[in-house]
Write a protein of this length. Structure first.
Length: 296
């Protein structure tokens, strides 16, 4: 019931306060034809088409908040994390406040992880790759746990989507997108943490390989990506929280605020303490489990 209350609180705020800047500035123009506005791969326009039918400003943000919050609640049911910890975390507040679209990425990850049919898992793959800088590494590492015989089936749908996108948007769209995303994307306060830490975090990229369970490797991969990718927004921390939210992770998500008095918004440079803390805890738990199994 507390999670339902938190959900209603987030939705209520979206009807009463101005917000949804990223929704209005980037994603709505992207779905309406401005392919360089959203800084996401061009094929994502097909997945984000529901945004085109949203009402006009200012109700679009409120309606999208309803869809996003309800979506995360439903996904938390399937991942079996406490939805309250997810909804009251700082990254979720950012996700809602900005009008971000990571619920679509999260849906893809859950489909890829929990569905058995390889073709449907392929659907999950391409949905999750709506933001490849967040998910490409963990998905690649998780594919290594599948039999190579399954790879053709798993990659069929993504290959069809990418192939169709080359026909529709032009064979050079990946280069155009990559150039635009790396040179024209404005420096956002929500990306300060990743811009500071990624040069060190990149050395952690092999770490998820120590996990032999797909869910654990996926979660560890998302944690590592948040530390190793320079274009990872703090609001996207909801992705790994969806699979491993705990009460202390909620507290840790607000840790950076302790420095707000001194650094103002620049204090968000410290937000990486959340994924790093969760990663250390996960690695320690994995090593402890292996030690105990060895003793048996």
């Amino acid at each position: 019931m507390a999670a339902i209350g938190a959900a209603f609180g987030l939705i209520f705020i979206s009807f009463r306060l101005p917000g949804g800047d990223d929704l209005y500035r980037y994603y709505l123009p992207f779905t309406k034809g401005c392919l360089n506005c959203g800084y996401v791969p061009y094929y994502a326009q097909w997945f984000l088409f529901p945004l085109k039918i949203l009402p006009e400003y200012p109700l679009a943000w409120a309606v999208w908040t309803i869809l996003s919050v309800v979506g995360f609640l439903a996904l938390a049911y399937f991942t079996k994390v406490n939805p309250l910890w997810l909804l009251i975390s700082f990254p979720m507040l950012g996700q809602v406040w900005l009008g971000q679209v990571d619920v679509l990425v999260a849906l893809g990850l859950v489909i890829f992880l929990l569905v058995k049919n390889p073709y449907l898992r392929g659907v999950g793959l391409i949905l999750a790759l709506t933001k490849p800088q967040l998910t490409a590494l963990p998905l690649l590492l998780c594919l290594l746990l599948d039999s190579p015989r399954l790879w053709l089936k798993l990659l069929l749908v993504p290959a069809i989507v990418v192939g169709a996108s080359l026909l529709v948007f032009g064979w050079d769209w990946p280069m155009l997108w990559l150039d635009n995303a790396t040179t024209a994307l404005p420096i956002h306060v929500w990306r300060l943490a990743s811009l500071d830490i990624w040069r060190f975090g990149i050395f952690l990229t092999p770490l998820p390989l120590i996990f032999r369970n797909t869910r654990e490797r996926l979660t560890a991969g998302l944690l590592v990506s948040s530390l190793a990718m320079p274009f990872y927004g703090v609001y996207s921390y909801v992705l790994f929280l969806l699979f491993d939210a705990k009460w202390w992770s909620v507290l840790l998500s607000y840790f950076w605020l302790a420095a707000f008095f001194f650094w103002q918004e620049s204090a968000m440079r410290l937000a990486w303490i959340l994924p790093l803390g969760m990663l250390v805890y996960k690695v320690y738990g994995n090593r402890l489990e292996q030690h105990l199994s060895t003793k048996k």
